[in-house]
Design a protein around this ligand. Structure first.
Ligand code: ATP
Length: 363
């Protein structure tokens, strides 16, 4: 089921007398979520991710705009009639009910043509439990389960009605690092098996990039970029997107264009015949540095960290905004740590240039 958002906008009253202007939690969001895909809504805290999800689920009403499931306008439809499955960060399981009873719960309230027999409900509950691999835990209560198992129960409960759209709001936040990794792979597997259009909210860019078909990068209620994770990583539209994606983060330098050449400080790092003279931000991905004793850019060497296959060179430069510059290079490189400086050439595909004022991409 495709989901269409048309000029979706949500304003909340401020309630702050000093700043009486409304909070625009979601601003003119226009997007078609393709059928059967996993989409990640990604952005820093307060950017409007959860509000967008709540608008799609029907828990919030938009101030303006429309939502379609397929060809049907669901903007005014109550949440319970939208055919959605919802999973939250805090699992929200009923503590006094067993796993089986928790999963059965949404089916017991079905009315009219949707009403199921006891046998049909049992079959559906077992099917959902098998999908998330908890069918051996059906008699336990939530308190007798690990966090990861509880979250699987919550996912099974959301899936049992075979929703048209599955909405996941930071579903991995309460899990430890190892379980997060495992559960995110599980979510991907389940989504591929069921082919349910799924919208996944997270502030963790690595999480979104690793499992989503497309990511939507948001800030202050505004969508900054939508695309396949690699495409957005390789072609950020603006400085915010470039800085938000990538671990370690991209290195941001203040630089200049002069006579068709790009400078960091006094060093000329690249030809840029199409750019006008002026101040710019030059950003370099950590993997964009190539160690070369004759290289175009010299950095103050701080230390190196060995990471097995790669090494991370930690350095400084007066024109760099990052506290530490990180260059990730192959461990085949030999860095002389007795020297005060280290020089690099740059992979032009990993260097982006942004306008100093608008912060939009120039190159
Ligand atoms: P987080 O990752 O911290 O959950 P988020 O990206 O999901 O953040 P939202 O919860 O959608 O962000 O909030 C977006 C903005 O709307 C924030 O500025 C928030 O304070 C504001 N907001 C959200 N709900 C309400 C509300 N009910 N009343 C007033 N303002 C709200």
């Amino acid at each position: 089921m495709k989901v269409v958002l048309k000029n979706l906008t949500k304003r909340f009253p401020s309630r702050d007398k000093k700043h009486p202007e409304d909070v625009i939690a979601v601003n003119n969001f226009d997007f078609t979520i393709p059928d059967g895909k996993l989409i990640g809504l990604l952005g820093p805290s307060g950017c409007g991710k959860s509000t967008t999800l709540n608008l799609i689920s029907g828990l919030e009403k938009p101030t303006r705009g429309q939502i379609f499931f397929g060809e049907d306008d669901v903007t005014k439809l109550p949440a319970e009639n939208r055919g959605i499955g919802l999973v939250f960060q805090n699992y929200a399981l009923y503590p006094h009910l067993t796993v089986r009873q928790n999963i059965l719960f949404p089916l017991q309230n079905l009315k009219g043509k949707d009403k199921m027999t006891k046998q049909e409900m049992e079959t559906a509950a077992i099917g959902a439990a098998k999908l998330v691999q908890i069918d051996n835990l059906m008699q336990r209560k939530p308190a007798e389960l690990s966090g990861g198992q509880q979250q699987r129960v919550a996912i099974a409960r959301a899936l049992v009605k075979m929703p048209k759209v599955l909405l996941l709001d930071e579903p991995l936040s309460n899990l430890d690092a190892r379980l997060r990794l495992q559960t995110r792979e599980e979510i991907r597997r389940i989504q591929k098996e069921t082919k349910i259009t799924t919208i996944f909210v997270t502030h963790d860019q690595e999480e979104a990039m690793s499992i989503c078909d497309q990511i939507v990068v948001m800030k202050d209620g505004v969508v900054h970029q939508i695309g396949a994770p690699q495409e957005v990583y390789d072609n950020p539209k603006n400085l915010f997107v470039a800085k938000f994606l990538g671990t370690p983060p991209i290195n941001v330098f203040e630089g200049n264009v002069k006579g068709g050449k790009l400078f960091i400080g006094k060093e000329e790092i690249m030809d840029t015949p199409d750019l006008k003279d002026g101040e710019v931000y030059i950003t370099i991905r950590p993997e964009g540095f190539k160690h070369d004793s004759e290289g175009v850019l010299s950095l103050e060497l701080e230390r190196i960290e060995v990471m097995g296959r790669d090494i991370s060179v930690i350095a400084h430069h007066d024109n760099c905004q990052n506290v530490d510059i990180r260059a990730i290079i192959s461990s085949d490189n030999v860095i002389d740590t007795s020297k005060a400086t280290v020089r690099f050439n740059l992979n032009p595909k990993k260097v982006f240039v942004f306008d100093k004022t608008s912060e939009e991409r120039l190159l």
